[in-house]
Design a protein around this ligand. Structure first.
Ligand SMILES: *Cc1c(COP(=O)(O)O)cnc(C)c1O
Length: 476
């Protein structure tokens, strides 16, 4: 090989790596269950959980982890969470049904997000914890609850943060407290949660500080909140090589200015503004550049000093006030716990000379909403290994199977070690968080890819449908 081509190397969990490296394991999975397919790794999920627990234990805080179910529809992940003894955060009547069916009791279920009257009635009847989005919800609970309903107040709109569509403003929080106090037989105020649309620790610390203030104010009403819910938002790490990632992005920016080889399909600029003076703004794919693991983000938050508390840390102040920290991790729990496999249908050349690799997969089954996934897929040879002579890197775009111009799986150029052929398999790394389910539709009547669970037991990999998976005995 000559000079290194631009690349976005994927971080891969050792268990997933071992599976990919075991001869014909991926091919056997799609031969048996069909292509494309989503493969899930509950053992990686447990690894992630253990990492978060370690950080929390080290700071000696009392805590509850509620897995945010909406990150993936998998039943196996729900069963894994249930067996591991954590709670679950659900966002709809259907997710509530799934959580109950997976074995969670109401005392381990929290319901977040805006709710209509039908869902509210259902939640009150079920006795789950309601994370209240607005005053209307709280008024309905005061009206409808037959017995004391556990409630968190979700606060948002902090000074210095962008306005949020979720939650109760700090200005309305006083009214919410008065309401909770007036109806204390029906509203069991457990504590406070917040919503910020940011992963920045500084913003989160400000939100924590604001909620601690509300805890104090609640005491003033004779209420006794014991929960501080810090939500989700702990980030994933997709890249295995930050320097190469930066190198790719630098080459892409140059290409957008017409320098070097073109690297984007059509007129795609990935959210950058391109003009005579250069390439500006933040691209839609910025999250794929993250190198800070969830465990460090959590540690940073727990050790952040609170100005209003004489510089004591979040962990210390929570402990002193006998508060239980609740976390709602979604993507950080399923980070690296899923991959998606598809098959190459054919390879062709477009009018502009670009090489298009057509897959039996749609963009929406592997891409969350309008993102561009900046992680290189891996290519596994099909029937025949490539000849040594064919081993020259080739820049390609992956195209999906829908009859739409926009069904491009990558709008950025991906360099493969050789030109793929029909029948080769392509693996998209780290797809378990939102990539598989957030946008997936059954357009053109293509069924959704099946979900399969991969475990390694006594050194042997086992595969079964997601719905059939039952966790082995897990250490709680
Ligand atoms: C989606 C969601 C989460 C999970 O967020 P991640 O960023 O995936 O960790 C947590 N809490 C609530 C209420 C959510 O809606």
């Amino acid at each position: 090989m000559t000079a290194a081509v631009p690349a976005l190397p994927a971080k891969i969990h050792p268990l997933v790596r071992a599976f990919l490296d075991s001869p014909d394991a991926v091919a056997a999975a799609v031969d048996r269950f069909g292509s494309p397919a989503h493969l899930l790794f509950p053992q990686v999920y447990l690894d992630n959980l253990a990492g978060l627990r370690q950080v929390l234990d080290r700071h000696q805080v009392r805590y509850r982890i509620c897995y945010a179910h909406k990150v993936n529809r998998s039943r196996a992940f729900l069963r894994t969470a249930e067996a591991a003894g954590i709670g679950v955060d659900v966002a709809s009547a259907q997710e509530l049904t799934a959580a109950l069916a997976a074995g969670f009791g109401p005392d381990r279920i929290e319901v977040t997000g805006p709710k209509g009257i039908g869902l509210l009635r259902e939640l009150i009847a079920a006795g789950v914890t309601i994370n209240v989005d607005n005053l209307w919800e709280l008024e309905r609970i005061a009206e409808l609850a037959g017995t004391k309903t556990p409630v968190l107040l979700r606060i948002s709109g902090f000074a210095g943060s962008a306005p949020s569509r979720f939650g109760i403003t700090p200005a309305d929080a006083e009214h919410a407290l008065a309401l909770a106090a007036a109806h204390r037989d029906r509203i069991g105020l457990c504590g406070f949660a917040f919503h910020i649309d940011s992963g920045e620790t500084g913003e989160r610390v400000r939100a924590v500080q604001e909620c601690l203030g509300l805890v104090e104010r609640a005491y003033g009403y004779g209420l006794e909140p014991t929960v501080l819910d810090i939500g989700g938002g702990l980030r994933q790490v997709f890249t295995a090589d930050a320097d190469r990632f930066d190198g790719y992005v630098a080459a892409l920016r140059a290409a957008l200015l017409g320098r070097g080889e073109p690297m984007s399909w059509g007129n795609n600029t990935f959210g950058y503004q391109v003009d005579d003076t250069g390439v500006h703004g933040i691209p839609i794919f910025h999250k794929y550049a993250n190198t800070v693991p969830a465990t460090r983000m959590l540690d940073d938050l727990l050790t952040a000093a609170l100005d209003a508390h004489g510089g004591r840390t979040v962990a210390q102040v929570a402990g002193e006030n006998l508060l239980e920290l609740w976390l709602e991790p979604g993507k950080s729990l399923v980070d690296h716990a899923g991959i998606t496999v598809a098959r190459v249908e054919f390879v062709k050349t477009a009018a502009d000379g670009s090489t298009l690799v057509n897959l039996d997969l749609s963009r929406d089954s592997v891409t969350p909403a309008d993102q561009e996934v900046m992680v290189d897929p891996l290519i596994l040879p099909g029937v025949a290994r490539p000849e040594p002579n064919d081993l020259a890197p080739v820049g390609v775009f992956f195209a999906g199977r829908l009859c739409l111009e926009r069904d491009m799986i990558t709008n950025h150029k991906v360099w493969l070690p050789y030109r793929p052929r029909a029948g080769d398999l392509v693996v998209f790394p780290n797809t378990a968080a939102y990539h598989q389910d957030l946008s997936a539709a059954m357009a053109s009547r293509h069924p959704l890819p099946p979900k399969l669970v991969v475990t390694r037991d006594d050194g042997e990999f086992r595969i079964r449908p997601d719905r059939d998976y039952e966790p082995a005995l897990v250490m709680p």
